[in-house]
Design a protein around this ligand. Sequence first.
Ligand SMILES: [Zn+2]
Length: 486
Amino acid sequence: MKEVSFEQESEPAGGPGRNTELGIVTYTFVFLFLIMIGYLVYINAWKAKDLNSSAYNTKDIANMDKYIRGSILSADGSVLAQTDVLDDGEELRVYPFANKFAHVIGYATNGQSGLEAACNKELLSSHVSALSRLQGDEDVKLPGDSVVVTLNANLQSVAYDALGSYNGAVVALEPDTGKILVMVSKPDFDPNTIGEVWESLVTDNTSSVLLNRATQGLYPPGSTFKILTTLAYMRQKPGEFRNFQFNCTSQLTVNDVTINCYNNNAHGQEDLKGAFSHSCNTAFAQIGLDLDNDDFHSLCEEFLFNRALPTSLQHSTSQFSLSGDASYGEQMTTAIGQGDTLMTPLHMAMVAATVANNGILMKPYCIDRVQTYDGDPVSTTKPSRYKRLMTEEEARILQEYMRETVLSGTATELGWYNFAPAGKTGSAEYTSGGVAGTHSWFVGFSDVDDPDLVVAVLAENGGTGSQTAVPIASQIFQAYYSIYGN
Ligand SMILES: [Zn+2]
């Protein structure tokens, strides 16, 4: 269609007497030229960002001839990635922590991933002083800038060891800034040997080793999702939630669908705080039946389900799909974090961070600052607010419920610490290839009165939240306060 209208518009004034063959040739060239212009516009407008961070564009190759790729440093001063120049001039990218930061730092050969990809431009630029440039030999490469990340190497090591042999993820961040201090994903790989093991990593489609489970792994949230179900209930039933009463007899059956409490526990008479802290499935199934599905759906989309998270980290989109005409079964299972809902551990940490930060979500980030190789500042990331997602009063009530979970509910293993943690466990049931299992979740923060740190833990097939994820989170909170003080 485009071609036809182009020919009509371009009919020359000479009209019928023109040389048809010449006309066709001219039109063809003009048409090709327009395609080329269109392509250039497309490249500049749409693809520039992608190309800038892709591994093989010519600008990067030119910069690789001019600069030695800069280092990536942790917040506590450890080298996470650096380029060693060997005697023969060959450059070797070295990762002193090997597997521990594999996904979040990524790799810079065989393509790029993680922060190696995100900071490619900074690492292959140099802000060394004009004086050192003048003194330097023109053939000698300049040292690229260093990127200092928000990750704490000490805390990352504790989290890595605490997750042990489980596949899964750990994320820890500061709720009032969005700074990410820990990002672990397992199974992992050693970026030092990525070239040698590449084939086996990319052909392995059973455990997806290269996937950063913290930002790209999609899991049923299980009972950790009751944080949002509770918020939806508080908003939809402002006059009733404080007087909520439910008598749990261990199961609730509606239209052939039965929801059980864990271990067939009968929790008895409980208010909303009790139902939350004991993670009572039948009470929350009843709440699901009482909720307006469309309003619940809108609330979840405000909380960034079905949309991109406000972060430059590569991530998957969490999914929530309750429709207005959902069945009772769908309403009940969705309210307890099963159903079709899937979310990433980073997203779960952001939900808890919103509660901890009195309702305001800060954008999560990993790049703290860029500096020259010898430490002169180039640029610094300022914490930035995404938006207020709940009122201070709503956040205060959820903080109280999450604190109660630690004091008398499903996370009492954290109860005796003097740094006053608060949280929510999850035991998310799933089936994979016909085999059923339970993912172990914990998400929480401490201390409850002035939160310093949010921790989200997901241990694949780890059983209940209290069994596996809570003890892992406990080690991270303890390490945090031994590093940063109370
Ligand atoms: Zn119950």
